[in-house]
Design a protein around this ligand. Structure first.
Ligand code: PLP
Length: 392
């Protein structure tokens, strides 16, 4: 299979798998156990926390292991917003219209609970405007959540600049606004350092960077107001109750270290493959349009739309040729739902439902790209002529 859907999930890194295996078999102790097997598991979790913190420029005490990106994002938005409102600090939250549904739906849930939420738009490249962000800050604002890199089009947001605007606002008004970023798509492609980004909270999902599914990280910087989502035992420094997913945590740390290494070389190599794919498609199908930002985009993401097809049909056609890619549209109740990200970027609906996302990975080769270029024009032509016949 030619696998070009790394933004959806990545294969488990062999070193992560190897590190996890003992914790799925003989080293099965519960880290809360006071006997040796428990303490051995606790030491593995502690070591993973130290490694993840080092990868992200955080302190170990700021790293919380979760069940994935969705949980981390929900915990950050709800946990910080609840804590700030309880402290009487305010009830306004700023986010963007192009967040992953984990962020968007958590923000909508905050609205149901009486918070006021501003959803910032973006320009045609998917970038959020600094001046609109600054204008949205109010005395009641307690939290802003802006994703670092978009999962559909790869556009990278100026999160460090947003943090600077918040600091300036906070200084003038003596009022605290916390900043969270969904950095789920960033590991392996962008250098990640929570201090350089200036964020108070950052979410990661292990299966997007060679770790296991159902594991994630929430970095909560020291002194970030937070009320836990999950109540129960005292695990994760009282911030996330529940017996630790020891194997998942161990795999997360190993995969994150692997992703954080060799970024410059990976970006250059995979970026060149992306350009090969983009240029090859545009040569064969000149009316195709690339969505996203060439200047500030993830090097592994190519979102491209065509005329006169539905993307799910093209995904299915490519699948029959053993190529895995993803469509931006979702079919629910037989209605085509265009991607909310492409719509926010001003892409016309007929284009938005005809877009494909190719997301490359560490293991992608020139042969993979050439395999797509060899079949895509033909599959597109077949779908178009079928659509034309149906319309006659
Ligand atoms: N945020 C972004 C940007 C994502 O791409 C995803 C996964 O698709 C998530 C959040 C959710 O992560 P998880 O699958 O770990 O719940």
């Amino acid at each position: 299979m030619v696998y070009l859907d790394h933004a959806a999930t990545t294969p488990l890194h062999p070193r992560a798998r190897e590190a996890m295996l003992p914790f799925l078999s003989e080293r099965f102790g519960n880290p809360s156990g006071l006997y040796r097997a428990g303490q051995e598991a606790q030491r593995a979790v502690d070591a993973a926390r130290v490694a993840v913190a080092a990868s992200l420029g955080a302190r170990p005490s700021e790293v919380i292991f979760t069940s994935g990106g969705t949980e981390s994002i929900n915990a950050a938005l709800l946990g910080i917003a609840y804590a700030m409102r309880r402290a009487g600090a305010g009830y306004h939250v700023i986010t963007t219209a192009i967040e992953h549904h984990a962020g968007l739906h958590a923000a909508q849930h905050l609205e149901e609970l009486g918070f006021d939420v501003t959803y910032l738009g973006c320009d045609a490249t998917g970038k959020v405007s600094l001046s609109e962000f600054e204008a949205a800050l109010r005395p009641e604002t307690v939290l802003a959540s802006v994703m670092l890199a978009n999962n559909e089009v790869g556009t990278v947001q100026p999160v460090a600049e947003l943090a600077g605007l918040i600091r300036e606002f906070a200084r003038r008004r003596s009022h605290r606004v916390l900043l969270h970023t969904d950095a789920v798509q960033a590991p392996g492609w962008l250098e990640l350092d929570v201090s350089a980004l200036g964020v108070d909270a950052l979410s990661l999902s292990s299966h997007k960077f060679g770790g296991p599914k159902g594991s994630g990280v929430l970095v909560l910087r020291r002194a970030t107001p937070f009320l836990p989502l999950l109540h129960g035992g005292g695990q994760e420094m009282q911030k996330r109750a529940g017996t630790e997913n020891v194997a998942g945590i161990v795999g997360t740390a190993v995969a994150l270290e692997a992703a954080a290494g060799g970024i410059v070389e990976r970006v250059a190599r995979v970026g060149a493959l992306r350009r090969r794919l983009r240029d090859g498609i545009l040569r064969a199908i000149p009316e195709a349009i690339v969505h996203g930002s060439e200047a500030a985009g993830l090097p592994n993401n190519l979102n491209i739309s065509f005329e006169g097809i539905e993307s799910d049909a093209l995904v299915a056609a490519l699948d029959r040729r053993d190529i895995a890619a993803s469509s931006g549209s979702a079919c629910s109740n037989s209605m085509w739902e265009p991607s909310h990200v492409l719509v926010a970027m001003g892409v016309p609906i007929r284009r938005a439902v005809a877009s494909l996302r190719f997301s490359l990975g560490e293991g992608t080769t020139e042969a993979d790209i050439d395999a797509v270029l060899a079949v895509l024009p033909e599959e597109l032509a077949t779908l178009r002529s079928a659509a034309a016949t149906a319309a006659d």
